[in-house]
Design a protein around this ligand. Structure first.
Ligand SMILES: Nc1ncnc2c1ncn2[C@@H]1O[C@H](COP(=O)(O)OP(=O)(O)O)[C@@H](O)[C@H]1O
Ligand SMILES: [Mg+2]
Length: 226
C-alpha cells in the first residue's frame, strides 16, 4: 500500500491560487475525489506523481519528496488522464503500451512478455498491430490503463477516467479500476464509481471541505451542491 502525505500544499498558477493549503495523509486502498469544476481536483491529482510540483508545502510518496525524486515517484505512482488521446504517444497499440518501458533497457524477451501479459489482460491482444487511434473510446482508456500498469506501479491516479465514455464503457472501466490490486486515487464526477471506496475527499474552491467515508461524504457533497 502507498502512503501519500500532502502537507500544507499551496499551488499557484501565476497569481491564481488553485490549492489554498491542503494537508492530508492517504493510506487507504481506494480514495475518491469529487468537487465542482475548477475546485482543484486535477491540480491535486497531478501533484501526487510530480506532474505538478507544489508552490509551497510538500507531497511525499512513501517518504519520497515529489520535488526531489520525480523519476522514482513516477514509477511508483502512475497517472491516467481523462482523455486517453492525451496519453497515447505511439501510433501502434503494441508500441504505445510499451512506451514506459523504453528507459528501463529490459531484454527484448522480458519486454515482450510484459506487453503480452498486459495486452491480453485487457483484451487488447487482438488489436496489438492496430493504429491506436482506431480503437473505441473504451479500448483507448484500457490502453492508457495498460500502459500505466506495465510499469508495475504501487498506486494509480485516475482523473475522471469515465467522463468521456458511454454507459457500457463506464461500467467496464469502473470494473477494471475495482479489480486493480494497486491502491488508487480516483477523481470522478460519476459518484456511483466511488460508492464502495474507503474514503472520499470533497474539494471546493481549492480546499478539502469534506473528508469522510462514502455514504456520509457523498450525502454532504450533494447537499453542498444544492
Ligand atoms: N496550468 C494552469 N494555469 C492557470 N490556471 C490553471 C492551470 N491549471 C488549473 N488552473 C486553474 O486552477 C483551478 C483549478 O483547476 P483544476 O484543478 O483543473 O480543477 P478541477 O479539476 O476541479 O476542475 C481552475 O480555476 C483552473 O482554471
Ligand atoms: Mg479536472
Amino acid at each position: 500500500m502507498t502512503t501519500i502525505e500532502v502537507t500544507n500544499v499551496v499551488k499557484r498558477f501565476e497569481a491564481f491560487e488553485a490549492l489554498k493549503g491542503i494537508s492530508v495523509t492517504l493510506e487507504q486502498k481506494r480514495v475518491g475525489v469529487v468537487g465542482s469544476n475548477g475546485s482543484g481536483k486535477s491540480t491535486f491529482a497531478r501533484l501526487l506523481n510530480g506532474l505538478l510540483l507544489p508552490t509551497q508545502g510538500s507531497v511525499m510518496i512513501d517518504g519520497l519528496d515529489t520535488a526531489k525524486a520525480g523519476k522514482a515517484i513516477r514509477r511508483k505512482v502512475a497517472f491516467v488522464f481523462q482523455n486517453p488521446d492525451n496519453q497515447i504517444v505511439f501510433p501502434v497499440v503494441e508500441e504505445d503500451v510499451a512506451f514506459g518501458l523504453k528507459g528501463l533497457k529490459l531484454p527484448k524477451a522480458e519486454r515482450d512478455a510484459l506487453v503480452e501479459t498486459v495486452l491480453s489482460r485487457y483484451g487488447l491482444d487482438q488489436c496489438r498491430d492496430q493504429p491506436a487511434h482506431t480503437l473505441s473510446g473504451g479500448q483507448k482508456q484500457l490502453l492508457a490503463i495498460a500502459g500505466a500498469l506495465i510499469m508495475d506501479p504501487s498506486c494509480v491516479v485516475f482523473d475522471e477516467p469515465t467522463t468521456l465514455l458511454d454507459l457500457r464503457n463506464t461500467r467496464m472501466i469502473t470494473g477494471v479500476i475495482r479489480d486493480l490490486e494497486q491502491s488508487v486515487v480516483v477523481v470522478a464526477h460519476d459518484l456511483t464509481l466511488l460508492e464502495d471506496f474507503d474514503r472520499i475527499l470533497v474539494f471546493e474552491d481549492g480546499r478539502i471541505v469534506v473528508d469522510d467515508e462514502p455514504s456520509a461524504a457523498l450525502t454532504r457533497y450533494v447537499e453542498r451542491m444544492q
